[in-house]
Design a protein around this ligand. Structure first.
Ligand SMILES: [Zn+2]
Length: 182
């Protein structure tokens, strides 16, 4: 199995953006500038969310939808293709930079505008995760009515649900199904 992608700060920020929408929470859409700023501060990337304002929320939601499309694409090749489309939209070229551990890596150069640097940062993190772990590790939750994206960081790489809650819901549903048949 492929390597487990490290949970680097920018990747944690990408997960925060993606998980700001979840059908099982109320309200389903909990995206806000305050939430992104808090998450960015927590992972040491405060400057990435600093320029964002309420006026950017529609574009941030659009980015979230586009990134969800990467996870929801039918197979690994389609996920890479979708990721490349988003990368091309959010970046104006690519640069080589030193990562947190000092190794060199590719980073998309952001397009101008307040959402630009943020979009390039989180999309670049997903691109590095795909390069490290493979697009097989991108998926959407298989539990009924969920569809939340997940990045499988288990060693075996056989994750199917977004979280423990959905895992348990699916197990309970399977149990009920077996009981009815039996
Ligand atoms: Zn789920």
């Amino acid at each position: 199995m492929s390597a487990v992608p490290p949970l680097e700060p920018a990747l944690r920020l990408a997960v925060t953006l993606l998980h700001s929408y979840w059908v099982l929470q109320d309200p389903a859409d909990q995206l806000s500038v305050a939430r992104l700023r808090a998450a960015a501060r927590e992972v040491g990337l405060a400057e990435a969310a600093e320029p964002l304002t309420e006026a950017d929320l529609p574009r941030l939601r659009e980015l979230r939808d586009r990134l969800h499309g990467v996870f929801a694409a039918p197979d690994p090749a389609a996920r890479v293709a979708t990721l490349n489309e988003v990368l091309a939209e959010v970046s104006a070229g690519t640069a080589v930079e030193a990562g947190p551990d000092g190794t060199l890596r590719l980073a998309p150069l952001p397009r101008p505008g307040p959402v630009g640097p943020f979009a390039a940062l989180v999309t670049g993190a997903l691109a590095r995760a795909a390069a490290t772990g493979g697009a097989e590790r991108f998926g959407v939750c298989a539990a009924d009515g969920c569809d939340a994206p997940y990045l499988d960081r288990t060693r075996a790489g056989r994750q199917r649900y977004c979280c423990e809650l959905c895992n348990n819901r699916a197990a309970a549903a399977a149990y009920r199904g077996r009981s009815r048949r039996g």
